[in-house]
Ligand binder design. Structure first.
Ligand SMILES: NC(=O)c1ccc[n+]([C@@H]2O[C@H](COP(=O)([O-])OP(=O)(O)OC[C@H]3O[C@@H](n4cnc5c(N)ncnc54)[C@H](O)[C@@H]3O)[C@@H](O)[C@H]2O)c1
Length: 296
């Protein structure tokens, strides 16, 4: 495998493109939004600068990594001839089914089609193609260049060869793949999202404040980051979509998204990517303040 395409250049897509390019793969990164493509290029460049400062790569290596990524906003022959396409577009079933249907039509027959979805059924995604055995979940974690895990999700159609190639490729990225069956939220988000939702219930019921809830989980449970801060990093819209998939899939009250989460998403306060969620990041990600509406 040499040629990789990534569909969607948001929080996850730019990190996935960066990781593949750094390991020497040729990457084509597609997004329908030119603005998001520009932002993705800036993010990758800033992340590479940070690696230069830490003396992990040289200026020249940065140039080489950036040169290996082609930023496009339309399908082209590079995507059609990819060995693997990783879809990392918005967490919406409708959007993903349309993308996979199109990828199946244009890509060469051997191309493996992977989705970075956090929760949507890989079987449903595979059903929108005529190559169900070559459709797999490749769930990277945020921030992709730093996080070791890849949750690899197989549907009942995914063949052994596709699983093996996905495992081999994950290892070539210096990551650790873990095999999981297709079930709403898979493993990672089935466990993480109810915790985040519960943290939001705790805030909503006035049990404690944003910083206090996060501090309890950091100091009390040794979590590296509090659940509300983590939700801001993931994206509150992404958290809401995942909880909706869990709620629909299991029909259990415990997965019902908290009303405050919905309110923030409706207001466009999606976390780090819009500079405001439970915290306010308008002075930078490192200089976070509590969002004014949560100051008691
Ligand atoms: N944010 C996280 O921490 C995280 C972690 C693991 C997995 N995921 C999953 O990764 C995927 C992407 O999430 P994200 O957080 O990067 O979202 P995001 O909102 O940051 O980015 C999504 C991007 O997809 C683009 N897009 C939408 N429709 C498209 C289309 N038809 N073709 C091409 N591009 C399109 C949008 O313009 C946007 O740039 C989702 O499935 C999400 O569940 C997210």
């Amino acid at each position: 495998m040499k040629n990789i395409s990534v569909i969607g250049s948001g929080t996850m897509g730019n990190g996935i493109a960066h990781s593949f390019a750094q390991m020497g793969y040729n990457v084509t990164l597609l997004d329908i939004s030119l603005q998001n493509l520009t932002k993705a290029k800036e993010t990758i460049s800033n992340n590479l600068d940070r690696m230069i400062k830490r003396e992990k790569i040289s200026e020249n290596e940065k140039k080489e990594v950036l040169n290996r990524i082609m930023f496009v906003n339309e399908f082209n022959d590079k995507i059609e001839n990819s060995d693997l396409v990783v879809e990392a577009a918005t967490e919406s079933k409708k959007i993903k089914l349309e993308i996979f249907n199109k990828l199946d039509k244009v890509c060469k027959p051997e191309t493996i089609l992977a989705s970075n979805t956090s929760s949507i059924s890989i079987e449903d995604i595979a059903n929108s193609t005529n190559r169900k055995d070559k459709v797999i979940g490749m769930h990277f974690m945020n921030p992709v260049p730093l996080m070791k895990l890849v949750e690899v999700i197989k549907s009942k159609f995914t063949c052994e060869e596709t699983i093996k190639k996905t495992f081999d490729l994950s290892k070539k990225l210096n990551k650790i793949p873990v095999l999981v069956n297709d079930s709403p939220g898979f493993v990672a988000n089935r466990i993480l999202m109810p915790m985040i939702n519960e943290a939001i219930h705790t805030l909503d019921e006035g049990v404690s404040g944003v910083d206090e809830i996060d501090t309890v989980m950091i100091l009390g449970m040794s979590h590296p980051m509090g659940p509300l801060h983590l939700a801001d990093f993931i994206g509150l819209d992404v958290c809401l979509s995942i909880l909706e998939v869990l709620h629909d899939g299991f029909k259990k009250e415990k997965y019902k998204p908290n009303r405050l989460l919905k309110e923030l998403v409706n207001a466009g306060d999606l976390g780090v990517k819009t500079k405001k969620g439970f915290y306010d990041y308008s002075k930078g990600v490192k200089n976070k303040f509590i969002n004014k509406r949560f100051i008691i």
